[in-house]
Ligand binder design. Structure first.
Ligand SMILES: Cc1cc2nc3c(=O)[nH]c(=O)nc-3n(C[C@H](O)[C@H](O)[C@H](O)COP(=O)(O)O)c2cc1C
Ligand code: SF4
Ligand code: SF4
Ligand code: FES
Length: 617
């Protein structure tokens, strides 16, 4: 194992690994991220390797197993380099055909090409697929260049050169100045300026300091941090090393939830490899700087992503937040100055040091620089991980990258920022992805969740869903959050179930503002956001529920009724057979009827009727 004891060793090693990569004629890049693994990419990888061996191509063709490419719904994904040919939905049974025809003869096999759901045309190159071409990827671009378990790959693409440069050319204060000048703000939620946080920890008295990587990622539906840690753990480590050098820390932790086994495994391997290469440990790159990293696994409580709860959890105690009268940069882990940054924040650091603050700040808005990774989910044609320059509008994300609404519905809102973010209506889709713009509009960037909702979504039901989640996740330490979320949920449930009273709308608003004001930690402070933003932008829906006992999106079961249109019903009897509650009666070839008293509003009959005869009102 080569030990790197000075920057020059790293350069030599990089040249060696690059030359090694260049010796192969073709690289088949296969996604081995969690999403593609779920669609059997592991077996595809084995089958491709076996087919290459059968064809005697192991010397000329290499297989690179990578982390997530972001377009998981198309998995397993395969990209051929050079050439950028993109295959999707590949199965193990296809491996031999792909190797003998595409790899050996250069044949493009139509059946594996991506078909754009908007234009209907098939696309050959990955770079031409709108889902990718409409983004502006920086961090995610690295994912397909490296096998997460190979430090060789990371060094080949220039990895660890940033930390070598930092140690050789910068004093800690100069690194902090560079990060400040870049305008990097924390990607974990609040958008706190990273350089300022580092400076405060640097200036805090004490010899023992810590840096922590927050990979708790509790937002349902979000997987940006998991993806980065699974796909490119060395880059996160390198960011932490630079941060540790800047603030004067010798120990770091990656706090990652147990539900992310692949991220844990890859982070462990990366730490081990970095130690073996001498990049972690004593006197890194021949300097006085010593640093090591340990993994702390979280139990999966949403509140443990909060800075003080997270540190308490690492200390082995119950992860409960504390008041931040003294900030964690001064008294954090074990009472020592601590810098906590999100995975994506750390991953941005090496490029800032290598390319300079100006390069980083050249993308983005006045107050939000660089790019942001978002988890685009919900009612759009294309879903997945998306990375866009700050300042990109919500409209561009939903329509250009997401491909617009599915199944002919119309889009009415996006929910940004995870469970404690807010819902923004379609008329505000020209808002840019920018920490401050989203906050002013009543939502937030959060860690980057972006759920698209169409006209089949009830906004009262959305508020109810998030309140239910937050009530479960509240640690219960302080009264405003513990009781306030429960009371808000009680009112929203009354409204959704047809018991709502007009005066409850004012009460809900007042309660939400009080919980936001009085709660101890960020969970309680932001828990009212789903309520406040839906009250602000979708009051008409609340009023329809309360005043007309009607759910306009036909979602709230207590407020809807299923009926059969006698004009359209042919009496085929399919719905009668399908209804699990025996609520439909009728003779063959005569219009059927639904017994409202028995109907459980499950919606099964609607999906079964071929004559569009069943309606919801
Ligand atoms: C309830 C709650 C959950 C949080 N969960 C996360 C999380 O999963 N990941 C994260 O990076 N930050 C999370 N945060 C924000 C962290 O407290 C902290 O601000 C962040 O990790 C700092 O890193 P940054 O400056 O790089 O954003 C959460 C905050 C709250 C209040
Ligand atoms: S605001 Fe909620 S989660 Fe935070 S300390 Fe209070 S009860 Fe716990
Ligand atoms: S909605 Fe469900 S319970 Fe009601 S009639 Fe249709 S199938 Fe039966
Ligand atoms: S896991 Fe393969 S594209 Fe996401």
């Amino acid at each position: 194992m080569p030990r790197i004891s000075q920057a020059r060793d790293l350069e030599t090693l990089q040249q060696h690994f690059v030359a090694k990569r260049e010796r192969v004629k073709t690289t088949i890049v296969i996604c081995g991220g969690t999403g593609c693994q779920a669609s059997r990419s592991g077996s595809v990888i084995d089958a491709v390797r076996a087919a290459l061996a059968r064809e005697g191509l192991q010397q000329d063709v290499s297989v690179r197993v990578t982390g997530c490419h972001g377009f998981c719904e198309q998995g397993p994904i395969m990209v051929f380099e050079p050439g950028n040919l993109f295959y999707c939905h590949v199965t193990p049974a296809d491996a031999q055909d792909i190797v003998s025809r595409t790899v050996k003869k250069g044949e493009v096999l139509d059946k594996f090409l991506y078909r754009d759901p908007v234009s209907g045309r098939t696309i050959t190159k990955e770079a031409d697929i709108p889902f990718y071409s409409a983004q502006g990827r920086q961090l995610l671009n690295f994912n397909k260049l490296v096998d997460a378990c190979s430090i060789e790959d990371y060094i080949a693409i220039g990895g660890y050169r940033a930390v070598a440069k930092a140690i050789k050319e910068f004093k800690p204060e100069a690194i902090i100045a560079e990060v400040k000048a870049s305008g990097l703000r924390g990607r974990g939620g609040a958008g706190f300026p990273t350089g300022r946080k580092w400076q405060e920890a640097h200036e805090a008295p004490g010899d023992e300091k810590y840096v922590i990587c927050n990979a708790d990622e509790g937002d349902p539906g979000a997987y940006m941090d998991r993806c980065l840690l699974e796909a490119n753990p060395h880059q996160v480590l390198e960011g932490m090393m630079i941060g540790a050098y800047a603030v004067g820390a010798n120990k770091g932790y990656i706090y990652v939830r147990r539900e992310y086994p692949l991220a844990v495994k890859h982070a462990r391997i990366a730490i081990q490899q970095a130690r073996e290469y001498g990049l972690l440990g004593e006197n890194i790159l021949g300097s006085n700087f010593s640093f090591d990293v340990e993994i702390a696994r979280g139990g999966g409580a949403f509140v443990c992503g909060e800075s003080t709860a997270l540190m308490t959890s690492i200390e082995g105690k119950v992860g409960e937040p504390r008041a931040k009268d003294v900030h964690t940069v001064k008294e954090g882990l074990w009472g020592r100055p601590t810098v906590l940054n999100n995975v994506e924040t750390w991953a941005n650091v090496p490029s800032i040091i290598l390319n300079g603050a100006k390069w980083f700040a050249s993308r983005g808005t006045d107050t939000s620089k660089g790019t942001k990774i978002l988890a685009l989910t919900g009612q759009v044609k294309n879903t997945g991980l998306v990375e866009v320059p700050m300042g990109t509008t919500l409209r561009a994300i939903v329509y250009d990258i997401g491909g617009g609404p599915k199944n002919g519905h119309s889009i009415k809102a996006v929910q940004t920022g995870g469970p404690s973010g807010g819902c923004l209506p379609e008329r505000l889709f020209d808002l840019p992805v920018d920490f401050d713009a989203l906050w002013e509009a009543g939502s937030m960037m959060g860690s980057g969740g972006l759920v698209v909702m169409d006209d089949k979504t009830c906004m009262v039901d959305v508020a109810r869903y998030f309140l239910t989640f937050l009530l479960d996740e509240s640690c219960g330490k302080c009264v405003p959050c513990r009781e306030g979320i429960d009371r808000m949920l009680e009112i929203v449930t009354d409204i959704a179930e047809g018991r709502g009273r007009p005066e409850q709308l004012d009460l809900l608003q007042e309660l939400a503002e009080t919980v936001a004001e009085a709660s101890l930690c960020g969970l309680g402070k932001s828990a009212p956001n789903p309520v406040l933003s839906t009250l602000r932008y979708f009051m008409d829906e609340y009023k329809a529920h309360v005043l007309e006992r009607r759910c306009p999106a036909a979602v709230c079961k207590a407020l809807i009724a299923y009926a059969i249109d006698p004009e359209k019903c042919t009496g085929c009897g399919v719905c009668l057979k399908a209804c699990p509650h025996d609520s439909i009666t009728g003779e063959k070839k005569k219009p059927h009827v639904i017994n409202e008293a028995l109907c459980q509003r499950c919606g099964i009959c609607i999906g079964e009727c071929k004559f569009d005869a069943i309606t919801v009102r």
